[in-house]
Design a protein. Structure first.
Lengths: 299, 143
């Protein structure tokens, strides 16, 4: 105990927080005060407290990618990412509308977190080890995979095998990403890859027949097949599983843990009905009710 | 405070990709500018021609191209022409064609104002400075 007390005293003297008279006041009191100080620093500087005090949540997202984040016929921002943002707002303020959306491109996701422009990213963000060195990811709320779309009329290749056989003659369009060429080549080792700046321009390249096939997220392809019936044909070949999660600024375990708790309980606990409705609405997936009894995520 | 650690190693690891992309971009620009300069010179002669059937289309072309954003032209040639059933150019060709067409209009504007036949304030400059009097042909005042 003696050594520890001496260090505590030395530290206090260096910091000039307390005079010697106070320091003599008793070891127990000092240690207690130090412990309390450490705890209060943790929670009061957390993003969680800042957001609660501010009274609304600031979320980074996009507006051009159904079914994740897009404007409906009335100009309202909707989608799965938007539902996740509203879930966080509801959990903070009992009001899903207390959200300010910062609309940005995918390349702004990490910078806007790092520069503290937004509290959390809900923008179809794939978890990768490289990104996880720059931001901290929450638990995933969707597992994405990619698939191929071709024109329904006059497509050069109408089956996955025919594209595979065509080798480098087959041209696949995809949204620009550092890893996207590897993803295409995971299923089509020889294919030529053309990269575009957004899913819209990629799809436009398919419409203009600049590319033979469109590599897209399965969620987006399901959406396109539903909203533009008869225009495209889904080759029904899925690969490249990748997890979508929210991200927060690194170094704030209180905020990260809180968002994680909200997400987990929406997938498996008290807010399951919200998650079930969102999955039904945006993906057409009917989620089974979590089993009652031993928490199924640990089985 | 920005809590960020820059990881420059990624840049150096992919340095060859950066260099080849730079060379590719510069190559596209040089080729397009060369083609554009040649067409632009021809356009400037047409623009300054006393024959209206030559000068008016050249004028229209320059006004049309110069008043359209370059990105829109690139998108029109790359995405739009195929929708009209014109598939002849691939991505590199279509970009070179677009940038050449754009540069040609620009270059025409560079070459043409030297003549007294041109309208606008720039056109009056040579006359004021004593050169290119009305007797000089439009051709002689072009570079």
């Amino acid at each position: 105990m003696g050594e520890f007390t001496e260090r505590a005293f030395a530290m206090l003297k260096r910091r000039g927080l307390l005079g010697l008279g106070v320091a003599a006041g008793g070891v127990g009191g000092l240690l207690g005060a130090r412990a309390a100080q450490a705890q209060s620093i943790d929670t009061s500087t957390s993003k969680l407290q800042q957001v609660l005090q501010r009274g609304h949540l600031v979320v980074g997202t996009g507006s051009t990618n159904p079914p994740w984040h897009f404007e409906d016929e009335t100009g309202q921002l909707v989608g799965m990412d938007i539902d996740m943002a509203r879930l966080i707002a509801k959990s903070l303020f009992d009001d899903p509308d207390k959200v300010e959306f910062v609309l940005q491109g995918s390349d702004a996701r990490i910078p806007s977190l790092i520069t503290d422009q937004v509290d959390v990213i809900c923008q179809w963000m794939t978890i990768t080890a490289g990104r996880a060195q720059q931001v901290e990811f929450t638990v995933p709320y969707y597992r994405e995979g990619v698939s191929l779309l071709v024109m329904a009329d006059g497509a050069k290749y109408t089956t996955f095998d025919s594209i595979l056989e065509a080798g480098s003659a087959a041209r696949v369009g995809a949204m620009q990403n550092v890893f996207i060429e590897d993803w295409v080549h995971a299923a089509l080792p020889e294919a030529t890859v053309d990269q575009f700046d957004s899913p819209d321009t990629t799809l436009q390249a398919l419409n203009a027949r600049r590319v033979d096939a469109y590599l897209g997220d399965q969620s987006a392809i399901r959406w396109l097949m539903q909203t533009t019936p008869g225009r495209y044909s889904n080759l029904e070949y899925g690969w490249m599983p990748n997890s979508y999660a929210s991200a927060v600024r690194p170094g704030d375990p209180v905020w990260l843990n809180w968002v994680n708790t909200v997400y987990r309980e929406a997938m498996l606990g008290v807010d399951f009905d919200l998650m079930k409705a969102s999955y039904q609405k945006w993906f057409g997936i009917d989620l089974p009710t979590p089993t009652v009894g031993f928490p199924q995520e640990f089985t | 405070m920005i809590a960020y650690n820059f990881n420059w190693a990624v840049i150096w690891r992919n340095w060859d990709a950066f260099l080849s992309a730079l060379a590719f971009g510069l190559g596209l620009a040089v080729v397009s500018l060369l083609i554009g300069t040649i067409i632009g010179l021809g356009l400037a002669y047409a623009r300054l021609s006393p024959r209206r059937w030559l000068s008016w289309p050249a004028w229209l072309y320059v006004e049309l191209i110069r008043n359209t954003p370059l990105l829109l032209l690139i998108f029109f040639v790359y995405f739009g022409l195929p929708e009209l059933g014109i598939y002849i150019f691939d991505k590199i060709e279509s970009f070179i064609i677009t940038l050449s067409a754009y540069a040609a209009a620009y270059m025409c504007e560079v070459f043409a104002p030297g003549s007294p036949r041109c309208r606008g304030p720039m056109a009056r400059l040579p006359r004021r400075s004593g050169s290119g009097h009305g007797s000089a042909s439009a051709m002689s005042s072009c570079p």
